[in-house]
Design a protein around this ligand. Structure first.
Ligand code: ZN
Length: 121
């Protein structure tokens, strides 16, 4: 069973500290270094915004973000990668009325050595 966030039960660690796990292989060796927001009011056109947490670059009109179902409202994507399996992935939160479906998008294999140095594209 995969967990997006695993509660770490070691008593020497703060009860509030958790680890975000790779949604593809369940490893804790993850990096989240980009956020993509597909902003819009219901049924309006998206404004696509991407923020790179390493370089501090903010790209407006960044092109479509990751996702499976575009829905009718906004989307917030956390883009990360895994040292263990070497894949980039996105965890996408999509607003649908009173619910927040979560999509997992496998963005394919990456060069982990390059990613860890530059923060990726
Ligand atoms: Zn992984």
């Amino acid at each position: 069973m995969n967990y997006l966030i695993r509660i770490y039960k070691d008593v020497s660690v703060s009860a509030m500290e958790t680890f975000a796990c790779c949604p593809l292989c369940n490893s804790e060796l993850t990096h989240f270094d980009q956020v993509h927001i597909s902003a819009r009011k219901e049924d309006a056109e998206f404004t696509e915004i991407r923020v790179n947490a390493i370089t501090a670059d903010v790209e407006m009109n960044a092109g479509p973000g990751p996702g499976i179902d575009w829905g009718r409202r906004y989307r917030i994507s956390l883009i990360g990668w895994c040292e263990y399996c070497g894949h980039e992935f996105a965890i996408v939160f999509r607003q649908v009325k009173g619910n927040t479906p979560v999509e997992i998008v496998n963005r394919g294999e990456i060069d982990v050595r390059e990613k860890s140095v530059t923060g990726g594209p």
